[in-house]
Design a protein around this ligand. Structure first.
Ligand SMILES: Cc1cc2nc3c(=O)[nH]c(=O)nc-3n(C[C@H](O)[C@H](O)[C@H](O)COP(=O)(O)O)c2cc1C
Length: 417
């Protein structure tokens, strides 16, 4: 895991912000600060799309609450002056076990949003997953940032699936992530309340939202129209989809309800690169994925945006890691602090991905905003490692330096003493 530690430590160094960027970002001191910034910066429907969770937000809240079930037992007077959050996954070295989760429609909230995130991830040496519901052709992101991973939403029929997989391979991606928790579109109740739809429908209300958020209107929406034309859903299929703004066009949500493991088997046969499944929440499904040829799984409930009440990924993680010790198990959902990263790693995650905060950071600060957000999170990880008394991430151990707290009724191991 730590073969070329020196090289990885080098990669972890923050890319300095330019003076103007530093001034603009000086009040963003932790990931949650970007949410407030984005709330002010974005039109209500666009902010509403990013912040949305399904129905009662039970899963979204559980994702956070699960981290509070753990506490740390620091070790003192142990030399921590030489420490590193560097890690490696699938043979690639990264500055930290922190990645950018796929976020649809990023180019609506930030100018060239996917590109900003991919560039920031490349600069900071962390993985980035480009969303299949993106508004920039996947070929452009692959060309600019060859290390990015591509996340696919599967079309409903085998021919369309094969054509999409072929397109992703031709673009040069080496890792494809299949998101499998969207059998049907989620209940849109909360996004409808904020005025969001996909495509957006022109209306007086939408125009007013644009006019009252002039930095977004000029710096993102009109700049995009001027330089690149009307954004379309580019990557759900092998061919271009609906525009993002239209009075009449319907987006083609082809039915995915019938997809099963036979479709996965076809993809595994066709796709020669690494294949990761995202949206797994049980040991049984993780084992099926591994046995069907998945190279890794991401334990995720889609940030609480699909089935409300779906188990928090952190709570599902230990049994999935135990069931699949031979493939990397990753996690997303509710990760906001360095302490969350350390907790997930102690429970066996090899990489954690962060969704909404990087979307907000791209909206308020573009590539520099995302770099700054990644830097803040890595700094929290390495600072907390020192206070915890460890120099390497593989020293994290449940029952030793990370324990379930007393409120959750699990006896503490004697190892902590
Ligand atoms: C605005 C937004 C768009 C998303 N779009 C996608 C997507 O296109 N594909 C996907 O697999 N997951 C998507 N997700 C889910 C994220 O990849 C991730 O699972 C989730 O955001 C993690 O939770 P967090 O936001 O609490 O970090 C989206 C999430 C958000 C907030």
């Amino acid at each position: 895991m730590h073969s070329s530690l020196a090289a990885m430590k080098e990669a972890a160094k923050p890319i300095p912000l330019r003076p103007g960027e530093r001034r603009r970002l000086r009040n963003f001191l932790c990931l949650d600060d970007f949410e407030e910034g984005a709330r002010k910066h974005l039109p209500r429907p666009v902010f509403g799309y990013i912040s949305a969770a399904a129905e009662m937000r039970r899963s979204q809240q559980a994702n956070r609450a699960a981290f509070n079930e753990y506490e740390f037992v620091p070790r003192i007077l142990h030399d921590v002056s030489q420490r590193s959050a560097a890690t490696s996954l699938f043979g690639v070295g990264y500055a930290a076990p922190i990645g950018l989760a796929p976020l649809g429609l990023s180019a609506l909230s930030a100018y060239r949003g996917d590109m900003a995130m991919a560039r920031a991830a490349t600069a900071m040496s962390v993985p980035m997953i480009m969303s299949g519901s993106s508004l920039i052709p996947l070929e452009q992101v692959a060309k600019e940032c060859p290390a990015a991973w591509f996340q696919a939403y599967l079309p409903g029929d085998r021919d369309s699936i094969a054509a999409l997989v072929d397109r992703v391979a031709r673009a040069g991606f080496d890792t494809m992530v299949l998101t499998v928790d969207t059998q049907v579109p989620p209940n849109s109740e909360n996004t409808v309340r904020s005025g969001f739809s996909a495509p957006l429908r022109p209306s007086v209300r939408l125009a007013w939202e644009g006019l009252t958020h002039p930095r977004w209107l000029l710096g993102t929406f009109l700049k995009t129209l001027w330089r690149h034309g009307m954004p379309h859903f580019e990557n759900n299929y092998a061919t271009r989809g609906a525009p993002i703004l239209s009075a009449s066009v319907l987006r083609d949500f082809s039915d995915r309800g019938h997809l099963d493991w036979s479709h996965f088997a076809d993809i595994r046969k066709q796709w020669k690169g690494r294949l990761v499944m995202k949206g797994i929440l049980s040991a049984r499904d993780a084992r099926l994925a591994r046995d069907a040829g998945a190279d890794g799984v991401i334990v995720s409930n889609h940030g609480g945006r699909q089935l409300d009440g779906a188990i928090a990924p952190l709570r599902a993680l230990p049994t999935i890691v135990a069931a699949c010790p031979d493939i990397p198990v990753m996690l997303d959902g509710g990760v906001r602090r360095g302490t969350d990263v350390l907790t997930a790693l102690a429970l066996g995650a090899r990489m954690v991905f962060v969704g909404r905060p990087f979307g907000y950071a791209a909206a308020v600060g573009g590539e520099a905003g995302v770099r700054h957000a990644i830097h803040l999170l890595i700094s929290e990880v390495t600072r907390n490692m020192a206070m915890l008394g460890i120099t390497r991430l593989d020293e994290l151990e449940v029952g030793m330096n990370v324990v379930r707290n007393a409120g959750h009724g699990v006896a503490r191991s004697a190892g902590q003493m």
